[in-house]
Design a protein around this ligand. Structure first.
Ligand SMILES: NC(=O)c1ccc[n+]([C@@H]2O[C@H](COP(=O)([O-])OP(=O)(O)OC[C@H]3O[C@@H](n4cnc5c(N)ncnc54)[C@H](O)[C@@H]3O)[C@@H](O)[C@H]2O)c1
Ligand SMILES: [Zn+2]
Length: 364
């Protein structure tokens, strides 16, 4: 078991990671003074079928437990689903104090956190991440949001959970594609923290096995890295948290080009990591040797999109803030500077970006 504290003054909280840590849920809620509050669990049908009854047993001191099921996949991070969830919460909230429980991956976590942030100007919520991606990344740090048709995460907030309980046992039912999805964010963390990258490289043949004892170490390392970055730059205003955006500028454009269907978030990020590393190499920052190490790890762990549909570079570029049609002010991109470091670059030549995306697509 590992316990990491995210030190944010009055908004500090713990991240608990391990096998069977969910059994401590009731005690932990008591310590957080949430025993008298009524829990409302937000989840989806897939996760409910797998863990709904199991979770009911964990809320030992709560006589009443309500569930709200949202659609599976990115579709749930929509204005309409947000409105429906709020409407249901109003019907549950008959003068009682309620708190929200996000039981699911990054989609459920981002949506639930945003609902918690805006309902009655903020109610408590906890994160019970059930995907690897959510345990290593999205469940931590309080960036919560839903999408608009014009782009991803366009309405959101910074709103921290009361606790994050990352039950490793949940990962046993996760499809391999979703494990790989999580590994894209883990590789991103590895590029920021070189020691983690070397650990992944050295164990590349067995690292996808969620039952391996190394899994706790990896999730813990990512959570520590994210917690440390969030502590220094909670509101993403000091050019520190931006490091976690590595791979995401091109990755998000890739997700948008695929209309959030056919590829997972992590698959978009894997392509983004390769393209942004190629850019870094082309402009003389990242060495060829380190570029090859990054590409080789991503390719070996099969994190790239599995769709072979031809995607036009122009489609991806149209979703980038660099595109001539968009006016987002001065464009900035985080790129790897080495294994264990990133750099923010500005004023990039569009031709370099386009040719790097083209080169990255060759790996599909
Ligand atoms: N807030 C942040 O800081 C942050 C960081 C990274 C990503 N994100 C967001 O996270 C989202 C992606 O999250 P995700 O990759 O977890 O996807 P997801 O939430 O869609 O979950 C992936 C799939 O796995 C299923 N699933 C979840 N847990 C399961 C389990 N234990 N067993 C079997 N199936 C399970 C889900 O039903 C879903 O079909 C994106 O919207 C992305 O923008 C947010
Ligand atoms: Zn991400």
């Amino acid at each position: 078991m590992a316990k990491i504290n995210v030190n944010l003054g009055l908004c500090s909280y713990d991240i608990i990671i391990g096998e069977n840590v969910i059994s401590s849920l009731s005690n932990r809620l008591e310590k957080l003074h949430l025993s008298k509050y009524q829990p409302v669990v937000v989840t989806n049908e897939v996760i409910y079928k797998l863990y709904g009854n199991f979770l009911k047993k964990q809320f030992k001191s709560h006589s009443q437990l309500s569930f709200i099921k949202v659609p599976d996949s990115e579709k749930a991070k929509s204005w309409q689903v947000l409105f429906n969830v709020l409407k249901t919460i109003v019907s549950f909230d008959k003068g009682k104090n309620i708190f929200l429980v996000a039981l699911g991956g990054g989609v459920v976590g981002d949506l639930t956190g945003f609902v918690a942030a805006i309902y009655k100007r903020g109610i408590p919520y906890i994160q019970l991440p059930t995907t690897l991606l959510a345990q290593v990344d999205s469940g931590i740090g309080g960036k919560v949001a839903v999408d608009l048709s014009w782009g991803k995460n366009l309405i959101g907030a910074f709103y921290q959970p009361k606790i994050v309980i990352s039950e490793i046992g949940f990962l046993n039912t996760l499809p391999t594609r979703e494990i790989r999805n999580g590994f894209s964010e883990i590789i991103k963390c590895g590029i920021i923290d070189g020691e983690l990258f070397s650990l992944l490289e050295a164990n590349r043949s067995s690292i996808l096995d969620v039952s391996s004892p190394k899994m706790l170490k990896i999730i813990k390392k990512c959570a520590q890295l994210k917690a440390a970055i969030v502590e220094k730059d909670e509101f993403d205003s000091k050019d520190i948290r931006i490091a976690l955006n590595l791979g995401h500028t091109i990755g998000h454009a890739m997700e948008s080009a695929f209309k959030y269907a056919m590829i997972t978030h992590g698959e978009g990020i894997a392509l983004g990591l390769i393209a942004e590393s190629i850019i870094s190499n082309k402009i003389g920052i990242l060495s060829r040797k380190n570029l090859d190490r990054i590409i080789s790890l991503i390719v070996d762990l099969k994190c790239l999109p599995i769709v072979r549909k031809t995607i036009k570079i122009a489609d991806i570029v149209s979703y980038l803030p660099y595109d001539k049609k968009n006016k987002f002010g001065q464009s900035r991109l985080v790129v790897p500077s080495k294994i264990g470091g990133v750099k923010i670059v500005t004023g990039l030549d569009e031709k370099i970006i386009e040719s790097s995306i083209k080169d990255a697509l060759e790996y599909l």
